[in-house]
Design a protein around this ligand. Structure first.
Ligand SMILES: Nc1nc2c(ncn2[C@@H]2O[C@H](COP(=O)(O)OP(=O)(O)OP(=O)(O)O)[C@@H](O)[C@H]2O)c(=O)[nH]1
Ligand SMILES: [Mg+2]
Length: 475
């Protein structure tokens, strides 16, 4: 089917009031500026539409609707009417053309009008509610509209969820297409399952739905690539960051160390902010219990040795340990050791160490001064915890409590830093944290994208190895 012939799939989101219909639409749109959300109920008063589009072609039109409130009244009215009992849409049509009924069932009429004009409906259920008769009446009225319905169980992660009861009740009215989908939880796998289920019910629209799913997959890949690069850039920035201090001036060294630590803390927070933004939608609407952050920040200081221990970063056997003050003198006298470079952070015990052997060219700059850098263990900590955050953000709700993926854990457990970071150690111009930096010039972007690819491979390897890791409760 050509693009011009393809008609958008019309999808209504319906259900009792306050079940999370508008929230679900926001989640499907990946946008939180749609509609109004409130815990009072009766928040959405009119039908409102939003488009899921690719390259300005609308593939799916979503319709939000006011909550149903008086289904028992509707059933009573319908039953009181004479005429053909088996023509569901006909009966609904009669109700919609009856002025008094329309006036009495104002909200409900809007929903039924909508139902007659869409290809499919999602019926959103607050799974914490008992299966009351009024909900069964809602389903009965909606069934009269003769449109395929997919039931969406919201709030299934709540301890009060009555998911089994609901699945049972839905089966009893012949509704077997059910999906657990917490409206405000972001999970690409569940989202994809929703569209797959729709495709299985709607042959005529299967191609449209496939096009949409493939677009979402591409977006997800791009988002992941951007997130990987965000973390890689943080690590390059920190690896290449340096501060100079006059030799034999402990107070200056102290100040320079503080300054460096402060710059790194702020830089890490920028990375956290970018990751949250990349994966943020609808998040402000509820508490973020399933992320390892407190108020959008890591609560432990990256320069606290306890933090290293907590994240399982070993510091013993550190290349610089034992060299101690000797290494400092080594640098200060310009007698640099060539090679890969080591840091003697442990000599200072604070995550900020003295650099030694990062290349001959710094010799002149260093005469009479010492150079402070962030040590390897702290870099490994920063890498580990940003990756943990990213893993949590990619699959919130059920996977966030999983440990750091094994491949990533292995990469950062070893004491030798990945090659791009070892290069960064020798290029102070790569760090935006240094005065006079040139992070856009040649080497830095290449190093960052090389590192980013490795970080993403680690995460992807994990999801390929653990097939059940992303499976949500589902029929
Ligand atoms: N924790 C949690 N809260 C949710 C979820 N879905 C919806 N909510 C909250 O439930 C309340 C109602 O959500 P809405 O999206 O406004 O519900 P609605 O069905 O559109 O409501 P009406 O338009 O009034 O019929 C809001 O406070 C939402 O933040 C969910 O999956 N988890
Ligand atoms: Mg609403």
């Amino acid at each position: 089917m050509s693009r011009a012939e393809r008609k958008p799939l019309r999808l209504a989101v319906v259900g009792h009031t306050n079940t999370g219909k508008t929230s679900l639409i926001r989640t499907l749109l990946h946008r939180r500026d749609f509609g109004e959300i409130n815990n009072r109920g009766g928040t959405t008063r009119q039908v409102a539409s939003a488009a899921l589009s690719v390259d300005s072609e609308t593939l799916i039109t979503l319709y939000d609707s006011p909550g149903l409130e008086d289904a028992p009244g509707l059933i009573e009215w319908l039953e009181s009417q004479p005429g053909e009992r088996h023509d569901g849409p006909g009966r609904i049509h009669r109700l919609l053309t009856d002025d008094r009924a329309r006036a009495r069932f104002d909200h409900e009429a809007r929903v039924l009008d909508l139902m007659l004009n869409v290809d499919v409906a999602l019926y959103v259920i607050d799974a914490r509610e008992p299966v009351l008769e009024k909900y069964q009446d809602e389903l009965a009225v909606l069934a009269l509209c003769a449109r395929p319905i997919l039931a969406v169980l919201n709030f299934v992660v709540s301890p009060d969820s009555r998911e089994t009861e609901w699945r049972d009740a839905l089966a009893r009215v012949g509704l077997h297409t059910v999906l657990a989908f917490d409206a405000v939880v972001r999970d690409p796998a569940t989202e994809r399952r929703l569209f797959e289920k729709l495709a299985s019910q709607l042959d005529a629209h299967a191609e449209t739905l496939e096009a949409w799913m493939s677009h979402r997959r591409d977006e997800e890949d791009e988002r992941l690539a951007a997130a990987g690069l965000t973390i890689a850039e943080l690590l390059i920035d920190v690896a290449a960051a340096e501060r100079m201090a006059e030799l034999a001036s402990p107070s200056q060294r102290e100040r320079a160390m503080d300054d460096l630590r402060q710059a790194v803390r702020a830089r890490e927070q920028v990375c956290v902010g970018t990751l949250l933004d990349l994966y943020r939608f609808g998040r402000e609407d509820y508490a973020d219990e399933d992320l390892p952050l407190t108020d959008g920040r890591w609560s432990e200081d990256p320069f606290d040795p306890d933090t290293l221990r907590y994240h399982g970063i070993r510091t013993t056997g550190h290349a610089g340990i034992g060299a101690g003050a000797g290494a400092v003198v080594d640098v200060a006298t310009g007698g640099l050791t060539l090679g890969t470079g080591t840091l003697v952070g442990a000599a200072l015990g604070t995550g900020v160490g003295l650099a030694r052997g990062f290349g001959v060219r710094i010799g002149d700059r260093l005469r009479g001064r010492e150079r402070l850098m962030v040590d390897d263990a702290t870099l490994r900590l920063l890498a580990s915890r940003q990756l943990k955050l990213l893993a949590g953000l990619r699959q919130r709700g059920h996977a966030a409590r999983l440990p750091l993926p094994a491949a990533a854990r292995e990469r950062w457990a070893v004491e030798r830093l990945p090659a791009p970071l070892r290069s960064a150690r020798r290029h102070s111009s790569w760090s935006t944290l240094n005065p006079g930096s040139m992070p856009d010039a040649a080497g830095a972007p290449q190093a960052a994208s090389r590192l980013a690819r490795a970080l993403i491979e680690d995460l992807e390897r994990e999801s390929a190895e653990v097939p059940g890791a992303s499976a949500a409760a589902d029929d």
